[in-house]
Write a protein that binds this ligand. Structure first.
Ligand SMILES: Cc1cc2nc3c(=O)[nH]c(=O)nc-3n(C[C@H](O)[C@H](O)[C@H](O)COP(=O)(O)OP(=O)(O)OC[C@H]3O[C@@H](n4cnc5c(N)ncnc54)[C@H](O)[C@@H]3O)c2cc1C
Length: 471
């Protein structure tokens, strides 16, 4: 069956694919746009910790594509891509549906890898999607309920120990979040929070090794120690086997075993296997693209995000790169259809942001200024909420988040009992929330008026640098 051979087909509805689709729609692109994605919901990955903790809910950071695309002209197809034929300009799905295209966008991201560690795929829980964040939350809650009903201290210790494998940004952010969150949840059940143990296991001696956030190492180390329950480290420890309730690792030439109730895996990603079969060059599994994000031998095909790399200007696999590339691809596809030349893409790196516990974060602006603590947390959330796809969605979520921050709605009473959030930090939250979030909400709601009224202050330019508006 031949469908829509003039169509632009986008594979993968992550940051790169979804933003390409939305921006083509906003540009009044006249050709059909088809977004093919295996899941029914978009995962806003930088805010998955908030989904796990309940600080933000599913509708905010794990929305359905149907809702996100409701007011657009994009056709959404929920299915899994089985094969891609670049020579024939054809994509086949597992349902056997076939799509022919005039332009193709490859935005299939990467996949979790367990490095062939025995038992890892069966017993370790990955943390890369909304579905997985919700599964981890349910599992942790279940473990706490089991622990409160257990009188055997050794069994309780096992149930209350969480191992996080991999001390990259996701491992650290998850460890910091759980080391604040689990004591609160367990305290609410009447348990002794001091019995909880969160252990970060890493193959190398350094955290954040080789990552864009590596210069935040000292701040992250301080944060890991400063949680309600300080995070334990097991470094220079190579995980060799995983079972339902234990992690085996090699350290100092000895085999050691840690008894655990939960194992979260954040240790690595690998290329999407579909893309490795394509007759094009790649660098460590990332497709090599031109500065205009086209495949050199197939100029009608664009690739972006975690699955692509421009060898002249390599970019880290991050959301902030992927969404900017999505916007640029939309522009280049339209240029191509209008007979104009595609434009080389310029990515603006605005620094990095990390969550370092409930109500704590660090914003590293332009890799020059580090803002830690509660202000860092507010900048991080305000920046990400501003990036939520689709203006209507964004305005609603930002308003909800602002209300929550101001009234501290999502903070359980036991958080106060555990000595957190004194009144002064509540006032600081209020002040910082108003300072950072108000202009963002105003700009999202009335961009022209915002620009005209505040032009003289330089605030619009600053905000455009820190958190560019969805176009
Ligand atoms: C926990 C976590 C926290 C993160 N925090 C940050 C952060 O703070 N800042 C930051 O900049 N980056 C962060 N990242 C990285 C960032 O999320 C990724 O770089 C970004 O999502 C890459 O976007 P993408 O569109 O290339 O791929 P993805 O977002 O992975 O999207 C790929 C899409 O393709 C779909 N897909 C794959 N195979 C198929 C198939 N065969 N058929 C159909 N669909 C398919 C997938 O379901 C997925 O929706 C984080 C990542 C994680 C996991």
């Amino acid at each position: 069956m031949q469908q829509a051979s003039q169509a632009t087909v986008i594979l993968g509805g992550g940051f790169a694919g979804l933003f390409t689709a939305l921006h083509l729609s906003q540009r009044k692109y006249t050709h059909q746009v088809i977004l093919i994605e295996q899941r029914d919901r978009f995962s806003f990955k930088p805010l998955l910790y908030e989904l796990l903790s309940g600080e933000l809910h599913s509708a905010q950071v794990y929305p359905r594509y149907k809702e996100l695309l409701a007011s657009s002209s994009v056709t959404f197809v929920q299915d899994t891509v089985k094969s891609i034929d670049l020579e024939q300009s054809r994509v086949t799905l597992t349902s056997s549906r076939i799509f022919n295209y005039r332009n193709l966008v490859l935005a299939l991201g990467s996949k979790t890898t367990y490095f062939n560690t025995p038992g890892a795929a069966e017993y370790a829980m990955p943390f890369t999607s909304g579905e997985q964040a919700i599964a981890l939350r349910k599992h942790l809650r279940h473990r706490l309920h089991q622990a409160i009903q257990t009188s055997d201290p050794a069994r309780r210790r096992l149930l209350l120990t969480v191992a996080i494998i991999g001390a990259g940004p996701a491992g650290i952010e998850l460890a910091c979040t759980l080391a604040d969150l689990l004591p609160i949840w367990y305290d609410e059940l009447g348990g002794d929070a001091a019995e909880i143990r969160v252990v970060l296991i890493n193959r190398s001696k350094e955290i954040l090794k080789g990552d864009v956030n590596s210069h935040l190492r000292c701040t992250a180390q301080r944060a890991l120690k400063g949680r309600i329950i300080p995070v334990d480290f097991l470094f220079d420890a190579a995980v060799s086997k995983i079972q339902a309730d234990s992690v085996e690792y090699q350290q100092n030439n000895k085999t050691q075993i840690l008894q655990v109730g939960t194992i979260a895996w954040t240790a690595g990603t690998t290329a999407n296997p579909l893309l490795m079969n394509l007759p094009v060059a790649n660098n460590r599994g990332r497709l090599l693209v031109t500065p205009t994000l086209q495949l050199p031998d197939f100029p009608e095909v664009f690739a972006a995000g975690d699955c692509a790399a421009d060898s002249d200007q390599p970019q880290p696999p991050t959301a902030q790169v992927a969404y900017q590339q999505g916007i640029a691809i939309a522009q280049n596809i339209q240029h191509q259809r209008e007979g104009k030349s595609p434009i080389p893409v310029e990515i603006k790196m605005r620094g990095t942001l990390m969550k370092l516990g409930l109500n704590e974060g660090v914003a590293n602006l332009f890799n020059k200024v580090q803002i830690p603590g509660q202000p860092g947390h507010l900048i991080r959330e305000a920046t990400y909420l501003q990036l939520l796809p689709n203006a209507a969605h964004n305005r609603k979520i930002t308003t909800e988040w602002l209300t929550d921050e101001l009234f501290q709605r999502h903070r359980p009473a036991s958080y106060m009992q555990l000595g957190q959030t004194p009144w002064l930090s509540g006032v600081a939250t209020l002040a910082a929330g108003v300072i950072f979030a108000t202009p963002l909400v105003w700009r999202a709601a009335q961009p022209m008026q915002f620009q005209q009224n505040l032009h003289w202050t330089g605030v619009p330019t600053l905000l455009n640098q820190l958190a560019p508006p969805p176009q």
